[in-house]
Design a protein around this ligand. Structure first.
Ligand SMILES: O=P(O)(O)OC[C@H]1O[C@](O)(COP(=O)(O)O)[C@@H](O)[C@@H]1O
Ligand SMILES: [Mg+2]
Ligand SMILES: [Mg+2]
Length: 337
């Protein structure tokens, strides 16, 4: 049977009363912007989009040309969309209220416009991550504080992975669904409804070069995975690390696994490496909706009460039983066992 388009999927969800017209159109605008980003990435060196932008972002990170371009594409598309009260981006110091001259809506959009920037110049998968919240009642000019809602408040989240094919993975809180971009038609087509992440796994993703900086429970957890069949886990584990969270999480969506970016001595002062509002929360919503789990190691990710727009957190995400195992190592260590 021919797969249905994202547009048709969203209209069906609206007719079923699961989303309103505003959210449907907002998702369409984001998907359209992702197609534009996909085209720019696809041109590679021919499009003049590779390399450094020569600027830095609020995180103190050097921006790539594609970081800046993707941010501009998402900003421009959504400013005019008429469904938002404001937006916030990993690449911008502060949130951006929709100007009064433009049509406005009641949603807040947050995004990591280009995730996995270090992979752009080597032609490895990168992505876009986004999250949608309600604008608090009575607020017409939202500022940073209005975005500080826990992950449980998200009404929609998604990512696009720009790989051998471009895919959009989406949740509106009723399962997680994958759409593949039909490049000839220019439409995202539903290719997997209701993704189910296997609860158990024998595959982990972590940047092992940070091992010596990790705290003890993480050392113990990974040590036991590496010990394989002879160790306490009684199984050999495989390792993968793309260094694009989107690509690593997409692999987990497809065949299970655990992804972690734990606290380490280098990022401890910042609270972690990955961003709560642009990376951890939307990915956690998507993974939970696919039957997986997500934690900081000490708390369910979606329950974290944010204190800053660019807040960072430790991340353990993926197959439910494996995330619970990693959390148990932290709990037992904290309890002195
Ligand atoms: O370079 P490291 O330490 O392996 O970190 C890789 C991680 O950093 C990130 O690239 C951060 O994302 P950005 O490219 O949006 O800054 C994640 O996608 C990835 O998992
Ligand atoms: Mg990122
Ligand atoms: Mg980024």
């Amino acid at each position: 049977m021919k797969p249905i388009s994202l547009t048709r999927f969203l209209i069906q969800e609206q007719h079923a009363g699961h989303i309103n017209a505003d959210l449907r159109l907002l998702i369409e605008v984001v998907a359209r912007a992702c197609k534009t980003i996909s085209n720019a990435i696809g041109k590679g060196a021919l499009g003049g989009v590779l390399g450094e932008a020569g600027t830095g972002n609020i995180q103190g990170e050097a921006q790539k040309k594609l970081d800046v371009l993707s941010n501009e594409i998402l900003l421009e598309a959504n400013e005019w969309g008429g469904h938002l009260a404001g937006l916030a981006s990993e690449e911008m110091d502060h949130s951006h209220p929709i100007p009064n001259a433009y049509p406005k809506g009641n949603y807040l959009l947050l995004f990591d416009p280009l995730d996995g920037s270090s992979n752009i110049d080597v032609n490895i998968s990168v992505g876009t991550i986004f999250s949608v919240l309600h604008c608090p009642d009575g607020i017409t000019e939202p500022s940073d504080e209005h975005f500080l809602q826990p992950g449980t408040a998200q009404v929609c989240a998604g990512y696009t992975t720009y790989g051998p094919s471009t895919m959009l993975v989406l949740t509106i809180g009723r399962g997680t669904h994958a759409f593949t971009l039909d490049r000839e038609q220019g439409s995202f087509m539903l290719t997997t409804r209701d993704i189910q992440i296997p609860a158990d796994t024998r595959e982990f993703a972590v940047n092992m070069s940070n091992q010596r900086h990790w705290e003890t429970p993480m050392q113990n957890y990974i040590g036991d995975l590496l010990a394989g069949k002879q160790g306490p886990r009684g199984s050999d584990f495989n390792m993968r690390w793309v260094a694009s969270m989107v690509a690593d999480v997409h692999r987990i969506m497809t065949r299970g696994g655990i992804f972690s970016y734990p606290l380490d001595a280098k990022c401890r002062d910042k609270g972690g490496k990955l961003r709560l509002m642009y990376e951890a929360n939307p990915m956690s919503f998507l993974v939970e909706q696919a039957g997986g789990a997500a934690s900081t190691g000490r708390q369910r990710m979606l329950d974290v009460m944010p204190t800053g727009l660019h807040q960072r957190v430790p991340v353990f995400i993926g197959s439910k039983n494996e995330v619970e195992t990693a959390v148990r190592y932290h709990r037992e260590f904290d309890a002195g066992q």
